[in-house]
Design a protein around this ligand. Structure first.
Ligand SMILES: *Cc1c(COP(=O)(O)O)cnc(C)c1O
Length: 449
């Protein structure tokens, strides 16, 4: 099985050729098919004798890959798409060929060293102290959960008699916060944002104080969102952080999407107050030009996280000797892929200035798209984009109209823009994270509305 036969050599050439083509050319948009439909075409691919590498590769390249929407297509503006740089994708191939273990310093020192430099860049952008650190976790959901578990452990030390806990966040916060709360079996105290959709410190302070005077449960953390997924709204990090710290509470910032813009000088002031976070997350796989799946999870004081997340088992004893830095100690994970390496390689190769430039480009494109929507006779811009999400409606359309339009847009392979909703009403949104999305791409989509 380990012999690299001439047959494998040929297969490798084919796989590399396919990968290279995928890297070089604009990807096709493609789209989903039903499981029945796919089965009718490929049948059972897992057999006792194996179908052989050639056949399996063909099944993938000819059929299965085409049933996956390219998240990096310049007219895929759905949810939060992706736009990995050529360097990042290329290095993912290297990572894939290298059997690197990213859980411990002992086994992955070189890789972990590089990942940590990438994390340091993010920590410096945010203004965290030199002792800050963390890990590339699987995604924002796991990152948020991992941080909140540490926050609760800290609160337990402070208020050991408490038996019921609650986390505070905005009504506009991402679903992963309530998902984390349900995993942790804690309550969620939702605070209403102001008229512009931002969470404000005075409201947070009032709700917490009111909660503590009427409930037996205790708040253990306040979560602010730095760029809501749906509309790109940034909470008032300065005042929300102060409301938390005035009450000795953990301040976590969920910046899975938006904190990427820390590297854009024009957007940086919007995140003032991030330097006070006890923890935050940002997903390089969203808007920092890295492939799935990578969430940078950072702690102001990583020692607190290590005390909570370090797994103890006799077979792991050797790993913990010498006080070295083990990424598995900073999130809910043990074995982990060195998922931060493609991001590191791209940063190292291109330099951080290129990141600022690419980020400014997407921000500028969002402003251009917003202007084109303002000028469009049938569309209404919902709000000036704060980051790179542009939300709008077509007055008079109902849900079915939006869905039909969106389905046709994908069927025609023009773009992928499923409808979203805001306050129960259907809306459309462009999430622009791809520096290759051009004005003509926006115009092509708007022409169909
Ligand atoms: C996407 C997102 C998440 C979840 O991140 P995953 O990587 O999808 O798990 C959490 N919070 C916000 C604000 C997000 O945009």
């Amino acid at each position: 099985m380990h012999e690299f036969t001439s047959e494998l050599e040929e297969l490798a050439a084919k796989a590399l050729a396919y990968s290279l083509e995928r890297l070089k050319d604009d990807p096709p948009l493609d789209g989903p098919r039903s499981a029945e439909d796919l089965f009718a075409e490929v049948g059972f691919t897992i057999t006792p004798e194996g179908i052989g590498g050639d056949a399996a590769l063909s099944v993938f390249t000819d059929v299965l890959a085409r049933a996956c929407i390219s998240t990096d297509h310049p007219r895929n503006l759905a949810y939060i798409p992706s736009a990995p740089s050529e360097h990042a994708n290329l290095f993912d191939l290297v990572v894939g060929a290298s059997a690197l273990y990213g859980g411990s310093w002992q086994e992955g020192a070189g890789a972990v060293f590089a990942e940590n430099q990438a994390l340091r860049w993010v920590a410096d952008l945010a203004g965290l102290p030199a002792c800050a650190g963390g890990v590339f976790a699987q995604g924002g959901t796991v990152g948020n959960l991992s941080a909140l578990v540490v926050a609760r452990a800290e609160a337990r030390k402070r208020w050991p008699e408490t038996s019921r806990w609650a986390v505070v966040c905005s009504e506009e916060a991402h679903s992963s916060i309530s998902s984390a709360a349900s995993v942790m079996d804690v309550d969620v105290l939702l605070v209403k944002p102001d008229a512009s959709g931002r969470l404000i410190g005075t409201d947070v302070a009032r709700e917490i104080d009111n909660f503590h005077s009427t409930q037996s449960a205790r708040v253990f953390a306040v979560v602010a969102t730095a760029g809501t997924t749906n509309l790109g709204i940034i909470d008032d990090l300065e005042s929300v952080g102060k409301a938390a710290h005035d009450r000795d509470l953990w301040f976590h910032v969920d910046g899975a999407y938006g904190l990427a813009a820390l590297c854009a000088p024009s957007a940086r002031p919007k995140f003032n107050g991030i330097e006070n976070a006890d923890s935050f997350i940002v997903d390089p796989h969203k808007w920092l030009f890295a492939p799935f799946d990578a969430c940078a999870l950072l702690y102001r004081n990583p020692e607190l996280a290590r005390a909570v997340h370090s797994q103890k088992a006799s077979y792991l004893d050797a790993l913990h000797e010498g006080g070295s830095w083990n990424p598995s100690d900073y999130a809910i994970n043990l074995t982990r892929r060195t998922r931060g390496l493609p991001f590191w390689f791209s940063l190292a190769a291109n330099g951080t200035n290129a990141y600022a430039t690419a980020m400014e480009k997407t921000l500028a494109m969002a402003q251009i798209a917003a202007q084109k929507i303002r000028e469009h006779p049938r569309l209404e811009l919902m709000r000036d984009p704060e980051l790179s999400v542009v939300a709008f409606t077509r007055p008079g359309w109902n849900k079915a109209d939006y869905k039909n339009w969106s389905d046709k847009l994908l069927d025609d392979q023009i773009g992928f823009i499923p409808f979203s909703s805001h306050k129960g009403e259907p809306i459309l949104r462009f999430a622009i994270v791809n520096p290759w999305t051009k004005v003509s791409d926006i115009e092509t989509i708007l022409a169909t509305l």
